[in-house]
Ligand binder design. Structure first.
Ligand SMILES: NC(=O)c1ccc[n+]([C@@H]2O[C@H](COP(=O)([O-])OP(=O)(O)OC[C@H]3O[C@@H](n4cnc5c(N)ncnc54)[C@H](OP(=O)(O)O)[C@@H]3O)[C@@H](O)[C@H]2O)c1
Length: 271
């Protein structure tokens, strides 16, 4: 079944599930991305930090699916923030990917003292058509409010860690009000909660896996969700979440899972 898309404030559309490739080694990344595209994924989430942009580009070419049908995101790493550094880092990413534009370019995190200059660089890349949409990652509400003082183009997305165990109501409310799409990273809690008996009960009720319930939760909330797997059977199953829906009772139960669990880093609290 085709993955639905969401419309960004840039006017472009983004598939609601993307394959994450953080911690996919170069050897793993090529087959994983080829399998994903074969399985119907049309959205890949990489970053300069992940050191697999070249393999993502290679897999897209190998897949035989036209480049313009695949939504490709990459990100500016923190040590490359600043205006001229960001422009140079973007060129390096584009070269590694072997592409002439990316669909989405993100500031990986809100680096203190650099993020405004970095954003100016992203705006230039957007105006030149090299980054069709631009956005941020790991921005808290105070970072997003501050952006209103320096951004002439608003961010299309804010990519953050978000799961039933870390619901970030303040960021969600702000982004929804401003038309900024939330991308949910580490949607599977990096595996930490896949055996939670409360989650198992919901999964059993629907005849689905706990991973599928977590992914479906993000879809129900209107997020774009980015599960990572380098295993063919898993990445196929992770996309198979459009033949069931969580009902009001499931969603009310999941709302109670909040425990402030951060499985990655948390730059949303940086100054
Ligand atoms: N912007 C940021 O700062 C940031 C930070 C973190 C992540 N991200 C993005 O979000 C993506 C996903 O996040 P993540 O990689 O941290 O974690 P995740 O997607 O929550 O979990 C990935 C882990 O779960 C395993 N897994 C995948 N599908 C499974 C399934 N169906 N059943 C059981 N285990 C399964 C994977 O192993 P196998 O691969 O062996 O299947 C891997 O160990 C990243 O790849 C990246 O694109 C962004």
């Amino acid at each position: 079944m085709a993955v639905p898309t969401v419309r960004l404030n840039s006017g472009h559309s983004m598939p609601q599930i993307g394959l994450g490739v953080w911690q996919a080694s170069p050897d793993e990344a090529v087959p994983a991305v080829v399998w994903a595209i074969e399985a119907g994924y049309r959205h890949i989430d990489t970053a300069a930090l992940y050191a697999n942009e070249a393999q993502v580009g290679e897999a897209i070419r190998r897949s035989g699916v036209p480049r313009d049908q695949i939504f490709v995101t990459t990100k500016l790493w923190n040590s490359d923030q600043g205006y001229s550094q960001a422009l140079a880092a973007f060129d390096a990413s584009l070269k590694a990917l072997g592409l002439d534009y990316v669909d989405l370019y993100l500031l990986h995190a809100p680096v203190v003292g650099k993020r405004a200059d970095s954003w100016r660089a992203l705006e230039k890349l957007h105006r030149e058509g090299k980054a069709r949409s631009i956005g941020v990652s790991n921005f808290g509400v105070h970072h997003l409010k501050e952006m209103e003082s320096y951004a002439t183009i608003p961010p299309a997305v804010n990519q953050i860690e978000i799961t039933p165990y870390l619901q970030r109501h303040d960021i969600v409310e702000y982004c929804n009000a401003k038309g900024i799409v939330i991308q949910a990273y580490s949607p599977l809690t990096q595996g930490n909660k896949l055996s939670d008996p409360r989650l198992v009960a919901i999964a059993d009720k629907h005849g689905k896996t706990t991973a599928q319930v977590l992914i479906r939760w993000g879809i129900e909330k209107g997020f774009v969700t980015l599960p990572k797997s380098v295993k063919r059977d898993r990445l196929i199953a992770n996309k198979d979440v459009f033949d069931f829906a969580l009902d009001a009772r499931d969603l009310a139960l999941l709302d109670q899972f909040e425990e402030g669990l951060v499985v990655g880093w948390d730059p949303t609290v940086w100054d």
